[in-house]
Design a protein around this ligand. Sequence first.
Ligand code: ADP
Ligand code: MG
Ligand code: MG
Length: 252
Amino acid sequence: MLNIDNLHASINERDILKGLSLDVKPGEVHAIMGPNGAGKSTLGNILSGRDGYEVSQGSVTFEGQDLLALEPEERAAAGVFLAFQYPVEIPGVNNTYFLRSALNAQRRARGEEELDSMQFLKRVREKLAVLHLDDRLLHRGVNEGFSGGEKKRNEIFQLAVLEPKLAILDETDSGLDIDALKNVADGVNALRSPDRAFIVITHYQRLLDYIRPDVVHVLADGRIVQSGGPELALQLEEKGYAWVKDRVAPGA
Ligand code: ADP
Ligand code: MG
Ligand code: MG
């Protein structure tokens, strides 16, 4: 589904990604862990098409398409979803209206019919039920006055409604208390499916107690320096990132 090969990228002439490779298949959940400043958010931002990054080498292919050649809206239409580490607030814009516009923009770009309000409402109700959310969320402004936990829950709700093939969650756990964390994890688990993949970026292991990944990668100094099963996350928790940082050749 997603193939990242030898990706090198910089921002403001500073090299951040230094030969990152990653393969993700449909249905898989990959966790990307790593110390602060390793380049985790940079990877997520580049995949979603954020401005400001210069890719100097390597490739990113999504279902056979050159992802980096696509505009952010085209990536969304192709089925890539990125939940931001700090979700934006759009005061005054009703959450339901926002979601329906986003969904229908994607459908138009795919040459699919737009959902009318009845069809959209039906989908929204289904997703609220799957995620055990109540519909108060719908009538508020996008993230307006939401608590940290509500914002994250709203991201998962957006994800559910948009039904992406690949969802990238960047530090969806940051700043959450344990109940909010479990809520987010339950949401992700409810949305796992054989044709949907997740990349879960996280600094801490605790989210992975609830979302069990198929593969755990350690990103350090712009590269994946180690990959393994869920047990790798536990080892990191115990030994800290210095343990893997030592494996990165100095000056490499
Ligand atoms: P992580 O998410 O793993 O903590 P980031 O991808 O956010 O790391 O950042 C990787 C490195 O890139 C950090 O050293 C950070 O300071 C640097 N960086 C991020 N954004 C910019 C920017 N706009 N200009 C210069 N350096 C940046
Ligand atoms: Mg590869
Ligand atoms: Mg980050």
